[in-house]
Design a protein around this ligand. Sequence first.
Ligand code: NDP
Length: 300
Amino acid sequence: MTEFPIPRAALLDGNALAATIRSELRDDVADFTRRYGRPPGLRVVLVGEHPASASYVSGKTQDARAVGLDAATVALPETTSEAELLALLDTLNRDDAVDGVLVQLPLPPHIRTERIVEAIAPEKDVDGFHPENVGRAFTDTGGLLPCTPAGILELLERADVATRGLHAVVVGRSLIVGKPMASLLSSPRYNCTVTLTHRHTRDLAAFTRAADLLVVAVGQPGLITADMVKDGAVVIDVGINRVDDPSRERGYKLVGDVAFDDVAAKARLITPVPGGVGPMTRAMLLRNTVQAARARAAEP
Ligand code: NDP
């Protein structure tokens, strides 16, 4: 019997594309620095000792320095009050050498996250979480886009995925991924027909099977199995989950929300985890900082 090779999706390689974008940004940063006599500035604020946050923050600062940004972490103790954090943000908002301000989430429970997000000057809000930037994304009026949806759109654009007319199904409706993703894909720039699903969606599989473009941002390993995916779909796996793996020294491995091997045999394009959306999210933070610096420098 002849054995036919199992068709396998091409990888949307976020590591490779993020490296390309960082090298483009190095040129942009050098150009900005020549023109304005200083590099774009980024301040990353970390409150408390959350272990994952500390490593995210140091990764962001290192990435930023590697492309030539003036980047620093401001680490505050867990006991920092909301008023003290607001005072720091006020100082950073007024500092002309600072173009981007990011407060790492989650914050300790005694600090109101919305209050903090809203206190960052919208033109310096490089996470794109301030209501003004959320509104701008929603109304297609510029502003700073949230990094994860922006990274996904960049992956699609640079892989020449023609999104016009596709049925995009987004699984998960968080404010940082699912909702803005659905809004952006339905905008006149991408022209998808979008279905936004969540925990209360009845018969999730009926929707995912109808997706030409499937974006999954839930946080449940293996949620999307091959029988839930259309042949030839483009699959974007945003999820990052730790699952036990005694064969590894650290005792776990990272997986997405999509059963990768089985789904890759059906999809046309798929993002791996790790190495797909994650590195693109980090690269978009750097791009937002350069965008914020240019916009501020161009102000009268
Ligand atoms: P949230 O927990 O904020 O949102 C998860 C969403 O998934 C919710 O809208 C929830 O619905 C929905 N959901 C939960 N269970 C189901 C289900 N069984 N069927 C359909 N929908 C369901 O998560 P985030 O958006 O912040 O993150 C999602 C995942 O993406 C996480 O693994 C996170 O680590 C990862 N992530 C990765 C990033 C990257 O750069 N790669 C960046 C950001 C996040 P409901 O609203 O009804 O509760």
